[in-house]
Design a protein around this ligand. Structure first.
Ligand code: B16
Ligand code: MG
Length: 210
């Protein structure tokens, strides 16, 4: 691969937290009495916590003040964090671990570019707490994907130009963010179908063929 570094999205790329996000949002929505299902949940992939809440509230009749919205997001996050405690090194697949190790052995710098404010906790659960050369996540950005800020910060933390870094994403919003920031990208799942993706991947280890 021509790149000096790879910036990985976390949820949906390094690990799968979809089911925990779903359970937590579902519980919050049920408590509030607003309809929520897995199809709506799919629209939340790669989207920030408050933007996810706004999508769920499209079905809510009536209006809520900012303070109440913050409370709802906090309620969801507390349920989600409790569920994340179940995650362990077993949730890191052999394929992902071996691919990361191979890239590292090739001398590539490895970073995280995630919208999540829980990214460091999740990495710790997976046994990857000290693994990456840089972590850019929801705690160091003010604009979420498709804004490129999270990836630009990751490249900055690595001390590399955008053109030297490849972004790996599972969400179309993430591929757009990479494109907006001047990064080439590799896409998994729905991101592989994005018109803007540079390298569509069938599986994570395909990264080694770029
Ligand atoms: P949190 P990623 C994203 O992570 C998730 O895909 C998205 O579903 C979630 O709402 C967002 O993080 C914020 O997460 O509530 O933990 O701060 O895919 O960018 O790694
Ligand atoms: Mg993702």
């Amino acid at each position: 691969m021509e790149f000096k570094a790879v910036i990985f999205d976390l949820d949906g790329v390094i690990c799968s937290t979809d089911k925990y996000h779903y359970i937590a949002w579902k519980q919050m929505a049920d408590n509030l009495g607003v309809y929520f299902d897995e199809i709506i949940n799919n629209r939340l992939r790669g989207v920030s916590r408050m933007e996810s809440l706004e999508i769920i509230l499209e079905r809510y009749e009536g209006s809520l003040c900012e303070e109440k919205k913050e409370k709802l997001a906090e309620e969801k996050n507390n349920i989600y964090k409790e569920l994340l405690k179940q995650m362990s090194e077993k949730d890191l697949t052999e394929e992902v671990k071996n691919t990361l190790d191979t890239l590292r052995a090739q001398g590539k710098k490895l970073a995280i570019g995630s919208s999540s404010k829980n990214a460091k906790f999740i990495l710790g659960q997976l046994g990857l707490g000290d693994y990456f050369d840089a972590i850019s996540d929801g705690t160091n950005i003010s604009r979420s994907k498709p804004d490129p800020e999270v990836f630009i910060k990751a490249a900055e933390f690595l001390g590399l130009e955008e053109s030297k870094c490849l972004v790996v994403e599972d969400a179309k919003a993430g591929i757009l963010a990479a494109h907006n920031g001047g990064f080439k990208s590799a896409g998994l799942g729905e991101a592989a179908d994005s018109e803007l993706v540079t390298y569509p991947l069938k599986t994570f280890s395909d990264l080694l063929n770029i």
